[in-house]
Design a protein around this ligand. Sequence first.
Ligand SMILES: [Zn+2]
Ligand SMILES: [Zn+2]
Length: 342
Amino acid sequence: MKALVIERPEEMHIVERIRPEIKEGEALIRVQYIGICGTDVHVLHGHHPTATFPRIPGHEFVGELVEIKGEGSELFQIGDIVTAQELLTCGVCDSCAKGEDNACIHLQIIGVHADGGFAEYVKVKTKKLFKIPKHIDIKRAALIEPLAVAVHDVRMSGMQVGENVLVIGGGPIGLLIGLVAQRGGAGKVVISEVVESRRKLAEGFGFIALNPLEEDFEKKLLAVNEGKGYDVGFEAAGVPSAITTLVDHVKNTGTIVQIAMTKGPYPVDTGKVFAKELRIQGVRIHNQYNFGGAVNMVVDGALDEKLDKLISKVFEFNKVTEAFEYAEKCKEAFKVLVKVGQ
Ligand SMILES: [Zn+2]
Ligand SMILES: [Zn+2]
């Protein structure tokens, strides 16, 4: 099969590889579309702290089921359109036992620690497989994985219907959080984002978009929310000022969700956390139940046009290197997909 291999950081080629063989409890997917994620770019540059090489990157894939073995295989048919949660979990640690598979102490991730979906075929765990009805536009299904991150983040926030939400960072995850919160009954959704095209996109979705680099940003944050604090804040920017803004602008007893992988430990005003009785909730990837929630949201069709707007460009597989460059360097780029097979 053809596969995109990162031999070592900064060295990436399309090469011929042997098609993976599956064992009991595994399934083989013929990849049709795959999204480029920030994680893939981090792996390419050697910035992912635990990635191993050589590695086929990619975890946002969707395609056709071609082979399946063992328990659970009776739920699927060869030829089904499927995607899979990319987590390889031990199944026996305390986190796994609680259904918090994303916090498995032995967690490995397809595309980071095992070969991923930038290839004609990818091997996954049968128990992590999800079927997509055939009438669903497969490009939208390629957004299920990042959408699952947003579903996990909003569910973990405990956001209630009618609550006002502040999202710092209007990248793919930040805007998907906005869409999930909106669909979950949020009141106002306010997005703080420096890139103008992303603010435009946010406004098109019905969010209030503010530029944190503007001098009166703090004033505007208050003004658009009638001078009050926000019920829930999402940190999806990964810069030190993001958590500071949230500690200041989330209301007493509100919740801050830490989504971004920060470059270092960033200072938090623990005095304010105490005085306002704030809850700071870390979130990591998505658990399997919440991944299923994202599948449901794509299948029910309510987000169709919005998801289409998030797809900035689709590249053919032989142009995958350019796709990576475009995803990384073009400020206007949002979600970039690669078409691997028919
Ligand atoms: Zn991703
Ligand atoms: Zn585990």
